[in-house]
Design a protein around this ligand. Structure first.
Ligand code: EPU
Length: 350
């Protein structure tokens, strides 16, 4: 048997290429982990610890004084479960590649989530979602190292406490669990979910009102390509702000004043409002401050034109959230994790 490889550890590590927003920052320690066994070998950290996968939802606005764990665990296995198939993927697998592979195998349920950047292990953190589907719809369970007990634990979907772009991993239990594997319950039977208005419009435009799985995935990819920049060409972290979720009365008051503001009803009675619309209506779309700006094709996406610093980003964020607050009375929250700022969400506003 081959000797077990020790975790690869770098000190004073450059982080700029480990996040798709590419801000300059360094970490005291960077540990590259390829298996749960390597993870077990890492001593529990004395300094703060942060796990990253594809880096598409983490921005380093300042240097990190602790240990970054780069999760590079690989492997996918599939197991029949009645009419469904349980697909278990290691946290370091690429999410988009997993969606493609499942489509090739005739397994359905995540086709609307195609082309979301990042790793499988990052998907539960913020309960990734797009075009009417979110991870919580298909997640069966996940395997994680609990830093409190030092044990590997299996958490069910309910135990992950998913919400809109949120989970216990991102909020109450941030830093406690290191996700190693995610298990999805997928179906061999394709049920298209094409109600989301822009997706329905794209399918209608192509004359495919009853799409097959590949047509649906292709339509999602066309929408994403148009509305979101490719991070390889223009550094970004996808949607930068969450859509604010408010109660029915607040939504009604805002809609009376701004009738065109897009609004979705959530199953629990709350309303989700389109942050992109608010930002665009304030004239931010396409505008830049220094080397950061708002993407011209989607007002929810901030971009780094090259060489931007964390301070420049925070200045733009502050300017946008300030003007949204003044006009709409709502505080926008960032969707990605901003590492290096002091507030609990990892976010500082002036
Ligand atoms: N809109 C504008 N201006 C814009 C862009 C959009 O007014 O520049 C309006 C649109 O007309 C639409 C509404 O805002 O009525 C919503 O736009 P969109 O359908 O693009 O969705 P979103 O709410 O901005 C969310 C997710 C995306 C996901 C899309 C599609 C969040 C924070 N973002 O964006 O997820 O792809 O829905 O389902 O929930 C991500 O999380 O990184 C991400 C890209």
């Amino acid at each position: 048997m081959a000797a077990r490889k020790a975790p690869e550890i770098t000190h004073d590590a450059d982080l700029s290429d480990l996040s798709t927003f590419r801000l300059p920052a360094r970490a005291a320690e960077l540990a590259r982990i390829e298996s749960p066994a390597q993870l077990a070998e890492l001593p529990a950290p004395a300094t703060p610890e942060l796990i990253i996968g594809g880096g598409s939802n983490t921005l380093f606005v300042a240097d990190f004084p602790g240990r970054i764990v780069l999760n590079r665990m690989r492997g996918v296995r599939m197991k029949a479960a009645g009419r469904d198939v349980l697909v278990t993927a290691a946290a370091g697998e690429n999410w988009h590649a997993l969606v493609r592979r499942c489509l090739d195998e005739g397994l359905y349920g995540i086709e609307n989530l195609i082309m979301i950047p990042g790793s499988v292990g990052a998907a539960p953190m913020q309960n990734i979602g797009a075009y009417g589907v979110e991870l919580a719809d298909v997640l069966e369970s996940l395997l994680a190292l609990d830093r409190h007990s030092g044990e590997m634990v299996t958490l069910s979907r309910e135990e992950c406490r998913f919400d809109y772009r949120d989970s216990r991993f991102k909020s109450a239990d941030r830093g406690r669990f290191i996700i190693c594997e995610v298990t999805l319950r997928l179906s061999r039977h394709f049920l298209p979910r094409a109600d989301y208005s822009s997706l329905a419009a794209e399918l209608e435009h192509r004359g495919t009102d009853a799409p097959d799985p590949r047509q649906l995935a292709a339509a999602v990819m066309r929408l994403r390509r148009h509305r979101l920049p490719d991070p390889a060409r223009l550094a970004n972290a996808g949607s930068f702000f969450k859509n604010p979720v408010v109660d029915g009365n607040t939504a009604a008051a805002l809609l009376a004043e701004h009738p065109a503001l897009p609004c979705w009803h959530l199953p629990d009675g709350r309303r989700k409002l389109a942050a992109a619309w608010m930002i665009e209506s304030l004239g931010w779309k396409g505008r830049s401050l220094g080397r950061v700006g708002v993407y011209p094709h989607h007002a929810l996406v901030l971009v780094n034109h090259g060489g931007a610093t964390g301070a420049e980003l925070l200045e733009l964020v502050s300017a946008i959230t300030g003007s949204v607050e003044r006009r709409f009375g709502l505080t926008l929250e960032p969707e990605p994790l901003l590492v290096g700022s002091s507030a609990p969400s990892g976010f500082t506003r002036s």
